[in-house]
Ligand binder design. Structure first.
Ligand code: SAM
Ligand code: SF4
Ligand code: SF4
Length: 383
């Protein structure tokens, strides 16, 4: 820890807050536990932790092979937060009001012994003494092998990404030839050990896998698994995003309704990203036995107004938005010997200065800003 505690000053760039570190004597006043509010009135509730920047898939929309090929330099081991460091920081965030943790990446299950991290995080309690809501997003490739250990370690549920029921389409998208059947086996294993309710995320790219929307819905309807369709996003700087490849969520719902009557459902939690639709029964009302689907319309219907999520990158930087260009180095504080109180104050100051609402601004930004070359990658910051 440097002699002067580090404080952060924020300035607005393209509607996003960018931060510059500066040694300054004044620290923001510590907020009472559970009440960190940003400049737009949004509380800090959800922390997404990227446990690795590596992945065994090369999804074209996330880690295209041409960029993340053999020569790509992933973070060296000593720059990656240890499980103890992650737990240490998570404990501070929980004291500041976070009650939901999501492990992500990269592919979180390729991090060796990740169940040990789950176990450490599961032992944390909110200031009111409640256990945390701990979940994990995975491509499902290692889930069949790991589901039991994850559940035993205290994981509550999982979200599995799957973009198609068709092997040829799926393999073109994951770009490593991984078959659908193995992901389905992972989902089955997660279900068998009680990791639920399970959600399945499908990124929809117009012209690539939109023909798979109905087959995916047919497969998961009535299984208790909620399928969610995610609009292809312009996250990172390498996935060649184009607006004409975004299939708006409302078109997905319209397509589903050609085969399945759907009724809109209310949000279950503040800051929920998905718009929920229930499958209707013969009486036209939602039939819970048939379940529901969700659409995540990050591009066409942004939900920044309720965004209560912070992201901790693999190397310990705090990001306030999926589209941020700069993070706040908490690892430097931690490894520099800062006290928990000093780190908590830094986190409070960062969150209280937050103004990020990129998705609301996207349409009005000049095209060169939309394709920001310096934007961080989703595999590093976590989805
Ligand atoms: N590897 C894990 C997985 O794929 O589930 C976790 C990390 S991944 C970055 C988290 C989520 O982000 C996945 O559901 C993935 O499909 C989604 N995602 C990645 N790139 C995306 C993009 N360009 N647009 C929309 N969603 C994306
Ligand atoms: Fe890997 Fe997940 Fe990105 Fe696909 S979406 S490349 S599985 S991190
Ligand atoms: Fe949150 Fe996404 Fe809006 Fe950023 S763009 S503030 S991550 S909802």
């Amino acid at each position: 820890m440097p002699a002067d505690p580090i404080s952060y000053t924020a300035r607005r760039v393209d509607g996003r807050v960018q931060s510059s570190r500066s040694a300054a004597p004044e620290l923001p006043a510590a907020a009472p536990a559970g009440t960190l509010i940003d400049t737009r009135g949004r509380p800090l509730r959800d922390l997404r932790i990227s446990v690795t920047d590596r992945c065994n898939f090369r999804c074209t929309y996330c880690m295209p092979k041409e960029v993340f090929g053999a020569g790509y330099k992933f973070l060296p081991r000593d720059e990656v937060l240890s499980f103890e460091e992650i737990t240490h920081l998570a404990r501070i965030f929980v004291a500041e009001g976070v009650h939901k943790l999501r492990l992500t990446g990269g592919e979180p299950l390729v991090r060796k012994g990740v169940e040990k991290l789950v176990e450490q995080l599961a032992a944390l309690r909110t200031p009111a003494g409640e256990p945390l809501d701990i979940t994990l997003t995975t491509n499902g490739s290692l889930l069949e092998k790991k589901a039991r250990a994850l559940a035993d370690a205290g994981l509550r549920r999982v979200t599995v990404s799957l973009d198609s029921m068709d092997d040829a389409v799926f393999q073109r998208m994951n770009d490593v030839g991984f078959p659908v059947g193995k992901v389905l086996a992972g989902i089955e294993a997660a279900h068998a050990v009680g990791l639920g309710p399970i959600k399945v995320n499908m990124v929809v790219k117009r012209g690539t896998n939109d023909q798979e929307i109905l087959p995916m819905a047919r497969h998961f309807r009535g299984t208790g698994i909620t399928l969610r369709f995610i609009e292809f996003m312009d996250v990172g700087a390498t996935n060649g995003w184009r607006m004409d490849e975004v299939l708006p969520g409302k078109d997905v719902i319209r397509l589903l309704q050609t085969e399945f009557p759907l009724v809109p459902l209310k949000a279950t939690a503040p800051g929920e990203t998905a718009e929920r639709w229930g499958y209707a029964g013969a009486d036209g009302a939602h039939d819970p036995r048939l379940g529901e689907v969700g659409v995540i319309c990050s591009v066409t219907h942004p939900f920044c107004g309720a965004c209560n999520r912070a992201r901790l990158s693999t190397d310990g930087k705090l990001y306030l938005c999926l589209f941020a260009t700069q993070g706040h180095d908490l690892r430097a504080l931690l490894r520099g010997g800062a006290s928990d109180e000093q780190i908590a104050r830094a986190v409070a100051g960062i969150w209280q200065g937050r103004d990020d609402h990129y998705s609301e601004l996207r349409a009005s930004l000049p095209p060169d800003t939309q394709k920001a070359a310096h934007r961080i990658e989703m595999s590093y910051i976590g989805g």
